[in-house]
Ligand binder design. Structure first.
Ligand SMILES: [Zn+2]
Length: 314
């Protein structure tokens, strides 16, 4: 039992690292449409309707949601920073778009988005708290203090895999690759919530970066939208894993599958089968762990179903 716990604790920590979890703060689920209605009108992806977009002074977004602004002219005019970090700017027709996650790791409060050089525009991003569920585990003090030395070979492979995942997400298409609304990759019940806070003896040990959708082993897994396969391989912790790039910094990931049915570099259409539900990697039963990652932060994938990406009516 102790051995199992130690192994699981190690895996959970590594899984958290791999998936980008690991922070504190309460988290969030829903995003808000942040554009004025006139700008939010559905149009073809990448071609927002307004010729001269109005730039808001302040936007509100919940933890785990997204926000965006449209700026006039090409991206070269708008080097941008959010919370002090450089962020990508993509072309959107004759305009530019900055589309970012309000990570569940951001504490609620005001943040600054700046774009431009000489007289940069400044938008206050007000991140609102979201009440994420908490999964509390109690273990004995002896168990909690046990630290199992990692096998260096395993640790090295895990580090390599983390780099591969980061690299796969780092070069997104400058143009949207999606077609219309996003769809559920598999039907099933949600067995673990997005942003779930894991606590061991009261201490936060990790965050759940996506949705776990329980479904029978072998159920086909569909591409939630069109894109390019930027990673399709077996990883130690996440098993058979596919990452799809949809452009503008958005990727979706599909973990623990029993089979991979696509290869890296392949273009896939929305609804195309990319694999089958399984329990490979660190998983206790067949399910699909599904994530949506947007330029450095995870968002609740349901937002893509309910609200769509910018410019697409769900
Ligand atoms: Zn999961």
């Amino acid at each position: 039992m102790k051995a199992i716990w130690r192994r699981q604790a190690g895996f959970l920590a590594l899984l958290a690292a791999l998936l980008g979890a690991g922070a504190l703060a309460a988290l969030a689920v829903s995003a808000i449409r942040v554009l004025p209605a006139a700008l939010a009108a559905p149009g073809p992806p990448g071609t927002p309707q307004a010729a001269q977009p109005a730039i808001p002074q302040k936007l509100e977004v919940s933890q785990g949601g997204y926000f965006y602004i449209i700026l006039p002219g090409p991206p070269q005019q708008w080097p941008a920073r959010f919370n002090g970090q450089a962020v990508p700017v993509y072309p959107a027709g004759k305009n530019s778009i900055i589309w970012l996650a309000a990570s569940y790791e951001l504490k609620p409060g005001p943040y600054l988005l700046e774009a431009g050089t000489d007289r940069p525009i400044r938008v206050q991003i007000q991140v609102k708290a979201h009440a994420f569920p908490v999964q509390a585990l109690a273990v004995s003090a002896a168990q909690e203090q046990i630290v199992r030395p990692e096998d260096p070979a395993v640790a090295a492979r895990e580090q390599q895999e983390v780099r591969a995942v980061d690299a796969a997400r780092s070069h997104s298409s400058p143009h949207p690759l999606w077609q219309g609304a996003f769809i559920w990759p598999v039907q099933g019940h949600i067995s673990s919530e997005f942003g779930l806070i894991r606590k061991v003896n009261g201490r936060i040990t990790g965050r759940h970066s996506g949705l776990d959708i329980a479904a029978p082993a072998g159920t086909p897994v569909l591409a939630s939208n069109s894109g390019v396969v930027v990673l399709a391989r077996n990883l130690l912790l996440t098993g058979n894993t596919v990452i799809l790039d949809h452009g503008w910094g958005l990727t979706t990931s599909y973990l623990h599958m029993s089979q991979l049915q696509v290869h890296e570099g392949q273009q896939v259409r929305r609804g195309q089968v990319i694999g089958t539900v399984g329990a490979t990697g660190f998983a206790t039963g067949p399910h699909l762990h599904w994530t949506a990652h947007l330029s450095g932060g995870f968002i609740d994938p349901r937002i893509l179903l309910n609200q769509g990406p910018p410019g697409v009516a769900p």
